[in-house]
Design a protein around this ligand. Structure first.
Ligand SMILES: [Zn+2]
Length: 267
């Protein structure tokens, strides 16, 4: 088994091993984003500190996954528990990076998709906890998507640009419409830039499918809650996780859905 790299086809195992280590490091950064972005803290300073005793964490105690295992989930200084979320996010990010490169190669597409998946993981966790989709994640990913279309033929540039505009426009319309009609916010500014990000990767056709699919998933979950008699008062669950799941489904199978639909219409 081989993987496409800038140096031609190389044996898969060593390439994916390196990609997994890089992915775990990005996962480490995703942890920083998850904890610091909602608190509006700087991403660079201060360096990692123990949430328990506040002492700086040495580099050898900050190695993704391994340090947590070696320290058995406890701070070296104060022995307070370090959340299992840290190694889990790092491990998940490593898997997502390996998967993206296995699927698309060690190419711009593979790298961009890996970063998108890790970014979505961070977005889902932040949205579930804080109802936020931070621009600090969605804006860079929008440019990574557009860059892929402009320079690496991920999708045609016009499709990506229209996609970003359509995603941005639809969520802005829902945001303003919700404010005007219901006098409350059904959408946040975070959803609007999420729309642009999705559009830059998916193109406009699949962005429309993503929004439809996310709404359907949300409605389905609401119905399940009603059937289980848990009740849903207003909007208890943020929309971001549904959008993220729908985005990934559309990235993999969206074109298949559209082709099947067009065939059904006899085109
Ligand atoms: Zn400590």
């Amino acid at each position: 088994m081989t993987v496409l790299t800038p140096w031609g086809e190389l044996p898969a195992i060593p390439v994916l091993l390196v990609v997994g280590i890089l992915g775990a490091c990005f996962g480490s950064f995703a942890n920083v984003l998850i904890y610091r972005l909602p608190a509006e803290e700087s991403l660079i300073k201060p360096a990692s500190r123990c949430p328990g005793c506040g002492k700086p964490i040495a580099w050898y105690d900050n190695i993704p996954v391994l340090s947590w295992l070696v320290l058995k989930g406890k701070c070296r200084q104060c022995k307070s528990t370090i959340s299992i979320q840290y190694p889990l996010i790092e491990l998940a990010s490593a898997c997502l990076a390996v998967f993206a490169v296995w699927k698309w190669g060690a190419t711009y597409s593979g790298m961009a998709s890996g970063l998108l998946f890790i970014g979505l993981l961070a977005l889902v966790i932040i949205d579930l906890r804080h109802w936020l989709l931070p621009f600090a994640i969605t804006i860079p990913l929008t440019f990574i998507g557009l860059g892929g279309a402009a320079f690496f033929d991920m999708i045609p540039l016009s499709t990506a640009l229209i996609g970003a505009a359509v995603g941005f426009g639809i969520f802005l319309f829902m945001l303003l419409g919700g404010k005007f009609v219901f006098k409350k916010e059904a959408m946040g500014g975070g959803d609007v830039v999420f729309g642009a990000m999705a559009g830059s990767f998916l193109g406009w056709q699949l962005t429309l499918l993503m929004i439809f699919m996310a709404s359907a998933l949300g409605t389905l979950l609401a119905l399940i809650f009603i059937v289980l008699r848990k009740g849903v008062a207003g909007r208890e669950v943020p929309f971001g996780p549904f959008l993220a799941v729908a985005l990934v489904i559309c990235l993999f199978w969206g074109q298949g859905f559209i082709d099947a639909y067009l065939k059904m219409l006899g085109r």
